[in-house]
Design a protein around this ligand. Structure first.
Ligand code: SAM
Length: 548
């Protein structure tokens, strides 16, 4: 139910400031009060940064012996899995919120990781050794801090980055963010008018306001109602901590890409690439493509016009030192050293295996974000080869061989390189410099990482070996926690069944697997052993949760 604002807030317009930060009293750190749900982001992986650097002709430090810094790391949800997977590298995270750093430090101790340290410190005070980091990550911070901290982020990147190093910074961008701004401002006004202080109450009221406004509008098809509906959908999908910090932090300062790059160049940094492919000119009307091609030499202008056309609301930009002359297209030598991995599944794999491969008809491949219709048999075969090898990556010689086997004919290596590069840029396959320890095979005594086993005890979401977040139901959570490499199928079954018998786990119902409440215990136990466990283990392998 929407609360009424206190009458004083309505009576005095001067108090109806939409900025809740204007209250003079000293507030506790908002991230201590409502910690962020800290997760891993594949696009921040040093490997993704290293690939971008290699494609532009740099020689970044190998990811198995590099030094990584994360600015605003929260409780280390992004950094800790990297440290677990790459024990030869060192990781430092900084965050002002002591509560979040304490949470992360506990996980580091539980997962026995010697190569990572989280520091509870303000970025304004952190110094660090010049040139001491090969990869600097700053995800979800830049747009939500005051201008002096934004400048400090760039100062630190300029001073601490190694010569061949890569910086990752994500931020909200105009013009796309203008779409979200009015709803955000209404929610901020409402929270302020009600004098709310408690973050959970603020989020609750924000959601109610959006529903109230959608239901109250005289024209249900107006632009405002469409924006409100978009926001309502977003609000329903994300945790309260995200809603609060995204919309109600005192600072929220999106910028245009050219403004961001202006600050970057004043700090001796240049544009390397986007960490998440933005599509560039691909798929735009021909006239747009021609116009963009004419300004392709001026990368900042080019990217800015792409943002205008695509109404970009967020970027994850990669930067390197300005003194490097970057190559426009990667050489075959560079590509030959990389690995390729599946990032899109065919809609109907069986059909593809059974002859559709050689037809010129399009086949739908579904990626994490969106899908692609692939027509060319060679490209279909390449994507199928990667799909069959998932979650493992393939070297180029392996990929060439397998693609040709599936097709039953030869394909020039240069074409394989071209398709893999195109696929990487389109988000339907991904390039890597190294593979983490990951296996496709469910061994006799399957093993998940110690970190995943520790984390899954208190969280339903764990990082895969490829640094992607995987959410599991309670039964799979219990199963994953048992995968320490000492238990075979019978032992896993016995351990799970004893949990079920003592009532700690329930079969059937939401998150309880494909079991019927009417099955007698013997049948349930057999179903668990013979059907559920093999399937669940195969799904762990497919997700990249099993280590080799
Ligand atoms: C929106 S959260 C993002 C956390 C994490 N990077 C992620 O994307 O999941 C922003 C983080 O920046 C931290 N932060 C904000 N201002 C800071 C400052 N001046 N010094 C250090 N950390 C800061 C906050 O404590 C918070 O954990």
């Amino acid at each position: 139910m929407l609360q009424s604002p206190p009458s004083s807030a309505l009576a005095s317009p001067s108090r109806a400031n939409n900025d809740p930060s204007s209250d003079a009293e000293k507030k506790p750190d908002s991230y201590d009060v409502l910690p962020y749900i800290s997760r891993c982001f594949a696009q921040t992986h040093p490997d993704n940064l290293a690939v971008a650097a290699r494609l532009r002709g740099l020689q970044p430090t190998a990811i198995d012996r590099c030094r990584v810094l994360e600015l605003g790391c929260a409780s280390g949800g992004n950094l800790i899995p990297l440290a677990a997977t790459w024990p030869g590298s060192t990781f430092v995270g900084i965050d002002r919120s002591a509560v979040q750093v304490q949470q992360g430090s506990q996980l580091i101790a539980d997962a026995k990781l010697p190569n990572i340290q989280l520091l509870a410190a303000d970025l304004m005070e952190f110094e660090g050794e010049p040139g001491s980091f090969d990869y600097i990550l700053c995800h979800g911070v830049y747009s939500w801090v005051p201008a002096p901290v934004q400048k400090r982020i760039f100062d630190l990147c300029q001073r601490l980055l190694s010569p061949q190093g890569v910086v990752y910074i994500s931020y909200n961008t105009y013009p796309g963010f203008y779409r979200r701004q009015p709803v955000m401002e209404m929610m901020r006004y409402h929270a302020h008018a009600l004098g709310l202080k408690n973050p959970r109450e603020i989020v609750q009221q924000a959601k109610e306001l959006v529903t109230f406004l959608i239901n109250s509008a005289p024209d249900s098809d107006s632009t405002t109602v469409r924006l409100l509906r978009e926001e309502a959908e977003r609000l329903a999908k994300v945790p309260d901590s995200y809603v609060f910090h995204e919309h109600f932090e005192a600072d929220n300062r999106p910028c245009y890409f050219y403004q961001f790059m202006d600050v970057a160049s004043r700090h001796g940094l240049q544009f390397l690439d986007e960490a998440v492919a933005k599509g560039g000119a691909a798929g735009l009307p021909e006239k747009a493509q021609q116009a963009l091609a004419e300004i392709a030499d001026d990368v900042v202008r080019y990217e800015q016009y792409v943002d205008f056309i695509r109404n970009t609301a967020m970027r994850s930009t990669l930067l390197c030192r300005s003194e490097h002359a970057l190559s426009a297209t990667p050489s075959q030598e560079v590509l030959r050293d990389l690995l390729v991995r599946c990032a899109a599944a065919p809609e109907n794999p069986a059909e593809l295996m059974g002859g559709r491969l050689l037809e010129d008809r399009p086949v739908k491949f579904i990626a994490r974000v969106g899908s692609a219709q692939i027509e060319h048999p060679h490209f279909k075969a390449l994507l199928l080869a990667l799909y069959l090898a998932r979650p493992c990556a393939m070297s180029f010689p392996q990929l060439c061989k397998r693609t040709m086997e599936l097709l039953g004919r030869a394909v020039p290596t240069s074409e394989i390189f071209e398709m893999a590069l195109y696929g990487h840029r389109a988000g339907i396959c991904s390039l890597h410099t190294q593979s983490p320890p990951v296996t496709q095979r469910v061994s006799e005594k399957p093993c998940a990482s110690l970190l995943a086993r520790v984390q899954i005890r208190s969280d339903n979401t764990v990082p895969t070996q490829w640094h992607m977040a995987a959410s599991l139901d309670p039964l799979r959570q219990a199963l994953l926690s048992l995968l320490d490499g000492t238990r075979d199928l019978a032992a896993l079954h016995a351990a799970l069944w004893s949990e079920i018998e003592r009532g700690a786990l329930v079969l059937g119902g939401p998150g309880g697997g494909p079991f019927s409440q009417s099955m007698p215990p013997r049948q349930l136990s057999e179903q668990l052993r013979a059907v559920y466990l093999p399937k669940a283990l195969a799904s762990f392998a497919e997700l990249g949760l099993l280590v080799s």
